[in-house]
Design a protein around this ligand. Sequence first.
Ligand code: PLP
Length: 394
Amino acid sequence: MDKTTAIKHIPYAAQWIEDDDIQAVADVLKSDYLTTGPKIAEFEQDFAQYVGAKYAVAISSGTAALHAACFAAGIKEGDEVVTTPMTFAASANCILYCGGKPVFADIDPRTYNIDPKEIEKHITEKTRAIIPVHFTGQPCDMDAIKDIAKSHNLIVIEDAAHALGATYKNKMIGTISDMTCFSFHPVKHITTGEGGMVTTNDEALYKRLIQFRNHGITRDRTLLMHDEGPWYYEQQFLGYNYRMTDIQAALGISQLKKIDRFLSRRREIVATYNKAFANIDEVITPYQTDEARPAWHLYILQLKLDGLRATRKEIYTALQQKGIGVNVHYIPVYYHPYYKQLGYNKGLCPNAEKLYERIITIPLYPKMSDEDVEYVIDAVKEVTYKRIKEVLTE
Ligand SMILES: *Cc1c(COP(=O)(O)O)cnc(C)c1O
């Protein structure tokens, strides 16, 4: 192969599946239960134990986990729920699924997380819940958020899709609020293909979550309105089929055993990046608060556009041409045409909008080799140091 066609490709994120993961899945395929079998309960137990929560409910995706949590929280038509615009659309879509109204509060420009002072400004008599997102795996200011929730009687649902294994003031994410939602999409810390989890310490919420993921059906004799016999079950509200399969749960059990190794590799790569980029004037590296230990799902470079000799788009394209799977996390949720059509307009959250103009996500995943990390560092240095026109190919 000649040099010009030997294109390197380093994705921005990737799963790490090993032989024991494959064996765990194969074992389920040879067993009696492909879904709603023993692996679900085992995965839920392992997961609850890992984060230190009383209950964990396995669900078909992180998005379904958020939907289930909003339902269990009782979000309905006319309710307002405050969340951040600097997130994946699912963090706000789950509010719409329940007929509620997402209210976007601006971010703290240092941490990129929702700013508690901005939450406070958006509370009305219709507000029912707050959905903070631990963006990039860096925990939000949960003490401040919990104080606001307490004084206004609001439910807190953490979107911890980026934050499996993170701690806030030495408490594991997954134990702090009413409910915490996780995702096992392949780009996240551990994967089940598609999959999610809700953790809670509240038994009533736990029971609603379990029922919601199975059409609203219960067979629990103590919950039935009446009982016509041993075959009898009841659908008591409108739920969904949001069940996870045993095939996925087996993969999740196997992956969860590796979480410490995955996390320390992520933290090691972040430390290498931080050190390498510390003295490039053109970029700002991720800020880290003292009270939290992030799980680092994403590594985001913020460009100081004023001093740069190139636009964000040129830098993005140049990195892409070098085979680096760059990305932008995220387009503010309310920029999307669907939200625009619902009446949301630009200008709502100036800090999030300003950040969006300047960010590029570079690769970060545990399986990433030291060589790939160095390759990315060299490429970032080149496109920020040199005149970009010399780096961009036609
Ligand atoms: C990935 C993600 C979700 C959704 O998870 P899925 O498992 O893909 O449905 C929700 N919120 C955030 C912040 C995410 O990154």
